[in-house]
Design a protein around this ligand. Sequence first.
Ligand code: CP3
Length: 345
Amino acid sequence: MSDAIEKPLLAVLSGERRTPPPVWMMRQAGRYLAEYREVRAKAKNFIDFCFSPDLAAEVTLQPIRRFGFDAAIIFADILLVPIALGRKVWFVAGEGPKLDPFDVSLVDQLTEGQSRTVLAPIAETLRRVKPELPGHTTLIGFAGAPWTVATYMVEGGGSKDRFKTRVAAWDQADHFDAMLDKIADATIDYLVMQAEAGADVLKIFDSWAEGLPEPLFERVIIRPTRRIVEGVRAAGVTVPIIGFPRGAGTLYPRYAAETGVTALALDTAVQPEWMHKALPADLPVQGHLDPAALRAGGEVLGSEVDRLLDSWADRPHIFNLGHGITPDVPVAHVEAMLARIRSRA
Ligand code: CP3
């Protein structure tokens, strides 16, 4: 049997429709699981956790064992690439990621060519997870898109509206584009390494693609993402690539057409009928249950699951959330979501 027939998620990414659709969840290895919190407590800090292949492999596998999802996503973080570029990254409990704010005019100081050495432990995690997965389960590797990674580097962490980053993108365009290219090149090496280590699919997270004017979207989202897709392909990697320009709105179709990604991950705000018409008929999509509906549970969860299944029945579709699962979601709600999806068999 070919990989695509054996693995439903790969079949969908090659253009097949499946009923029920394959399903996994963004942030499926996370704090809503007691067994995750137990392993998490063993690590000194979050970055150490990501760089510990034994712990990272264990939490990658936990949601597969518990729920039988169609994909495992490697446990890591989008903020590991800045470390390969020579930046310091740390996590403060209750606050999230912190970095020393980066002045884009110092772009020449970012270190090049370090991804494969600095991020080698993530390849080791992939190699450990791969043989432990059931044959029908797809292994997903990932990285942040240059724009989203740049927002954390420039702001020094998360921010309300990425204003400083947007000003720098307009105001210091040459330095800014050079920084995006450096992030993209480090990301290409990282993703190629992940594919070589066993990733069946690669996903590019552009979590902060929302709210950008079209010229900026073209420059900071589409162009660097296309650079990554082309770079990964030039290295001989043929696995499907899922792009997630969260909040791209009416620019999703342009993103799909111009970046060369295999499939689109959709956010919660996407209007299915509009998007369906705006995309090529055979383009696979993934998504896009509201994590808040998953948290709410009950009838709203059931009807939202049904709405999405019906909306995407005519297109290759992978069921997922529109953003990551939150730590407060009861496991019973995840089970209810899966039962509803699987009842379509
Ligand atoms: O999806 C998975 O299960 C795989 C692992 C994964 C993590 N982060 C683990 C994680 C993935 C794919 C990511 C991607 C990521 N990281 C994104 C893009 C997706 C998105 O959510 O928009 C972003 C923006 C980050 C940066 C990041 N990492 C933030 C802002 C935070 C803090 C927020 C929080 O929930 O506390 C993290 C920490 C993080 N990354 C956690 C996990 C499980 C929680 C930290 C913990 O367990 O202590």
